[in-house]
Design a protein around this ligand. Structure first.
Ligand code: ZN
Length: 205
């Protein structure tokens, strides 16, 4: 396979990118200046060395040369440690932070549990989530918010997490809440506007 086809193949593996778009990306790269190409190549090469995964919430954050093991949200002592919101992916946190109404902590599950999970496989960070919740209940955790998309997979994931954490929730009388109305059916948090997320959070139940 030639260079161009290989590059197109890689772009096709990106989330949300189809064959046609992958081809457009590759052809766009052919129009860039050598300086831009060199910069992009260097950014990609160094990406994993400059970005770390937070050991508390599992989101990716820029280490900017330091040796931090927790992201800026988890290490911020002003955040409300009684609340933990579980979301599907990193970009959901960005969307929620933009709404400026939530000051608790997060946990990134890393995916959803599809309604039609025929293989019954569980690639999510269930073990890590359980451990985080158990260690936090000993501290001050009093509310867990399920922040998943309003669609069948999101609802199924909520049920799954509820079952997974049932013991801790019961034993420590933790309040379990879901985002309220406002998020339209089928909508993903990532694409919801700040005002909608704000209302969904205020009206959580
Ligand atoms: Zn974190």
């Amino acid at each position: 396979m030639n260079n161009l086809d290989s590059l197109i193949n890689h772009f096709e593996d990106f989330p949300g990118v189809g064959a046609r778009q992958a081809r457009r990306f590759a052809f766009h790269m052919l129009t860039l200046s050598p300086t831009d190409i060199a910069e992009i190549a260097e950014l990609i090469t160094n990406l994993q060395a400059t970005v770390a995964q937070c050991q508390s919430c599992y989101r990716f954050f820029s280490r900017s040369g330091g040796t931090a093991v927790e992201c800026s949200i988890c290490s911020d002592q002003n955040r409300d440690r009684t609340k933990l919101m579980i979301v599907e992916r990193d970009s959901d946190i960005v969307a929620i932070e933009r709404s400026n109404v939530y000051d608790g902590l997060y946990f990134v599950l890393g995916g959803t549990v599809p309604l039609l999970n025929q293989k019954e496989q569980n690639p999510l960070r269930s073990g890590a989530l359980k451990a985080v919740v158990e260690s936090r209940t000993a501290q001050e955790l009093s509310e867990i918010i399920l922040g998943f998309a309003v669609n069948p997979d999101g609802e199924n994931t909520s049920k799954y997490v509820e079952m997974l954490l049932k013991e801790s929730i019961t034993a420590f009388s933790i309040k379990l809440s879901q985002l309220g109305r406002g998020l339209s059916t089928g909508s993903e948090l990532e694409y919801a506007d700040p005002e909608t997320i704000k209302n969904a959070l205020i009206n959580r139940h």
